[in-house]
Design a protein around this ligand. Structure first.
Ligand code: E4P
Length: 217
């Protein structure tokens, strides 16, 4: 399963990419708004650091505007994946941009029917939001199960990008279901590393080693 960072923050991205575990980045207007500065140059820098798919979202709400913005975003770097919201206009824009060879991420997906339609118009990624579904007492991971089944039935090539991830259990379940990608806030990725038994075990190994060296002297 590929692992993306859900962030527009260069420091977070620069800290995690050298570990070799990051395959791409997702941003959205809320994340980039937090950073300030010129969003196009931030996106360019992100692409140069990660050298992998970097989702950048349009803010137009009509299909023509989305297509225009999508082309502008795609011109920033070869790694840009144009993100469009799941609306009728977004679906139309996805079809148009995909037909001209651009990679499109259809976002704000909350139902299996939306995911089916996104695949039909050639989305490169589909982004179901699991955390925001959990927030309203609906199983986010249940949605992922349904999309995995539907895409397998018809051999759709659209990759399932599990979004709005809040904790490690989302990641484990996504991996067990065979979802293609999880995009996670940096703090959630940090959490994947931690286990108190690892820290205790390492401390003990090093102490035992030190003791043995002291005896030799
Ligand atoms: C995905 O592409 C979105 O940017 C993101 O995962 C939304 O997550 P949130 O629900 O934590 O805002």
């Amino acid at each position: 399963m590929k692992l993306f960072i859900d962030s527009g923050n260069l420091k977070e991205i620069e800290a995690l990419v050298p570990l070799g575990i990051i395959d791409g980045i997702t941003t959205n207007p809320s994340l980039l708004a937090k950073e300030g500065g010129d969003y196009k140059s931030i996106l360019k820098k992100i692409c140069q650091i990660v050298k992998g798919p970097t989702s950048a979202e349009v803010v137009a709400t009509d299909a023509d505007g989305m297509i225009r913005e999508g082309r502008e975003l795609a011109a920033i770097d070869e790694h840009i994946v144009v993100k469009v919201p799941f609306t009728k206009d977004g679906v139309k824009a996805c079809k148009a941009l995909s037909s001209e060879g651009k990679k499109v991420n259809v976002t704000l997906v909350f139902s299996p029917t939306q995911a089916l339609l996104a695949a039909k118009v050639g989305a490169y990624f589909v982004s179901p939001f699991v955390g925001r579904l959990d927030d309203i007492a609906t199983s986010g991971m249940g949605l992922i199960r349904e999309i995995v089944d539907i895409y397998e039935n018809y051999q759709f090539s659209t990759q399932i990008l599990v979004a709005s991830v809040r904790h490690s259990i989302h990641i484990v379940e996504a991996a067990r279901m065979g979802a293609d990608i999880c995009t996670c806030p940096a703090a959630v990725i940090e959490g994947m590393f931690r286990h108190p038994r690892t820290d205790i075990g390492l401390e003990r190994f090093l102490k035992d080693w030190e003791k043995a060296q002291a005896v030799k002297v």
